[in-house]
Design a protein around this ligand. Structure first.
Ligand SMILES: *Cc1c(COP(=O)(O)O)cnc(C)c1O
Length: 481
């Protein structure tokens, strides 16, 4: 990954409208105004902040029509805030781009590992998308959230027998990742045909963090390309198996379009092979992977460009091989939810090490956002109630965990912040809540969904006492009275 310097919220990419944006002199009664001038309303993944981010009459940041400072006071911090308009905007962008650029049937499946909850499932289902799940927990969340089983695909490189049984019982499409899946499915002895997709490794390199690269040959996911023919032949002899789709996913936070273009040819070759062996394959699933803008210097393609590249490449590859057009599936995760999310923290202690660094500590950290410590990820942040004050110092924002690496933002330009102020960290809607832990027995934050001036709690904050709920103290260890 590139340098670890966090971007300062300066320059044209993130700033208020020029008119009346003078720091420190907001007109007390002025109407709210947009925040990011270079906002791309058609493709939220290209923005640093949610679509509804504005400067309110008090000069403070608001999202979904509510001041972030007010949300922090009402719900406490750390707090995950999700902007409904941005979530719906990304769903619509995928839906509309597929309709515009792909001449056949198409469906975007939300990769729910990015952020799994009943509320997000219900919202995504209401936008007409499907969903991909990778565990019993994600599957149950999808089903209970109202996602139709025939719009759910079940992934995983090591599914348990119980998980497979659940998927089969509920009529969910199973993505077969390896021979072990097939042994387990056969052991379940399904009476009705099970809808299957086959995942294989496409052998495509892309430039992203090593941990989130999945398309190159040395990956734990999917069948090796040379296993494709044997497994297709094997499946042809399984009366319980109905192979309806082929799947490949090349990685995550990808800014290049070429790998997605190349993937189409690899999938089309596999489609030709599968059909020649008698499988009624109707679906090609190209996975997810489109990147988002975390810092001003990030410049991901738009959702429209990505979909267009994929759609045109699939059409061309199928035409070249004389194949009837498949239904096109894709699985966006990060690009669907990341930009909708903002995390609010309260600033606490401050430590100045002269000539070295100033640490500003907040009331969360690696337990609510493990991405910086895991992937050296960078973020953008502002003071929620003084977003336009001059960023005159450089600080490192640290979490409260017992780990020196528990740093959320390195070298962030910020106005001198005092304890009690609210820090808003942007683009935290993906792989934050879903990757959160209870490290140091710190409760996981609440999530609120905001829109049209209304906030709804969609995930309740954990309480410290609740973290003891699964502990069992054996009788012989009990303190004697
Ligand atoms: C992680 C993953 C996705 C989503 O990836 P994003 O980069 O978040 O879009 C889609 N499909 C599969 C199989 C995945 O593992």
């Amino acid at each position: 990954m590139s340098s670890s310097t966090a971007s300062a919220p300066s320059g044209a990419a993130i700033s208020a409208d020029a008119a009346g944006a003078g720091a420190g002199s907001p007109a007390a009664t002025s109407a709210p105004r947009p925040f990011e001038v270079e906002r791309d309303a058609a493709s939220p993944n290209r923005n640093l902040t949610p679509l509804t981010t504005r400067i309110d009459g008090q000069g403070q940041l608001e999202v979904g029509g509510i001041a972030l400072g007010e949300l922090a006071r009402r719900y406490g911090t750390p707090l995950y805030v999700l902007d409904e308009a941005t979530l719906r905007g990304t769903c619509a962008a995928y839906r509309d781009a597929l309709a515009a650029h792909y001449p056949g049937e198409a469906l975007a499946l939300y990769a729910s590992k990015a952020n799994s909850s009943l509320a997000i499932t219900a919202l995504v289902a209401s936008e007409g998308l499907g969903l991909d799940a990778v565990s019993a927990g994600e599957l149950l969340t999808a089903l209970d959230g109202g996602m139709a089983p025939d719009r759910i695909v079940f992934h995983g490189n090591n599914k348990s027998l119980e998980e497979l049984d659940l998927a089969v019982q509920r009529g969910v499409t199973v993505v077969v990742d390896n021979w072990f899946d097939l042994e387990n499915l056969a052991a379940l002895a399904p009476t009705a045909p099970v809808n299957l997709m086959l995942r294989f490794t496409p052998g495509i390199e892309c430039h992203t963090h090593e941990y989130i690269r999945t398309g190159h040959l040395d990956s734990k996911f999917g069948f090796d390309p040379d296993q494709l023919e044997p497994v297709l032949k094997h499946l042809a002899g399984c009366p319980w198996a109905r192979l309806s789709g082929l799947h490949a996913h090349i990685g995550s936070q990808i800014f290049e379009l070429q790998p997605h273009h190349d993937l189409a040819a690899v999938l089309a070759d596999a489609l030709a092979l599968a059909r020649s062996l008698g499988h009624p394959v109707t679906d090609l699933n190209v996975g997810g992977g489109l990147g988002i803008r975390y810092v001003a210097s990030d410049d991901p393609p738009s959702i429209q460009q990505w979909v267009r590249t994929v759609a045109e490449a699939v059409v061309a590859a199928c035409q070249a091989r004389g194949l009837e057009l498949p239904r096109l599936l894709c699985e966006p995760g990060r690009s669907l939810v990341a930009t909708a999310g903002v995390t609010l923290y309260t600033v606490g202690s401050r430590k100045e090490i002269p000539g070295i660094r100033t640490y500003l500590s907040v009331d969360g950290g690696m337990s609510d956002n493990p991405r910086p410590i895991t992937y050296q990820s960078r973020y953008t942040a502002l003071l929620a109630e003084r977003p336009e004050a001059e960023a005159s110092e450089t600080v490192t924002v640290a979490g409260k965990h017992c780990e020196s690496g528990d740093v959320l933002l390195k070298d962030l330009a910020l106005p001198p912040a005092t304890s009690g102020e609210v820090l808003a960290v942007f683009a935290t809607g993906a792989y934050n809540a879903s990757m959160a832990s209870n490290y140091n027995r710190i409760p996981r934050p609440a999530t609120v969904l905001v829109g049209d001036g209304q906030a709804d709690l969609v995930q309740r904050r954990e309480r410290p006492e609740e973290l003891l709920r699964y502990d069992v103290l054996p009788e012989r260890l009990r303190p004697v009275a």
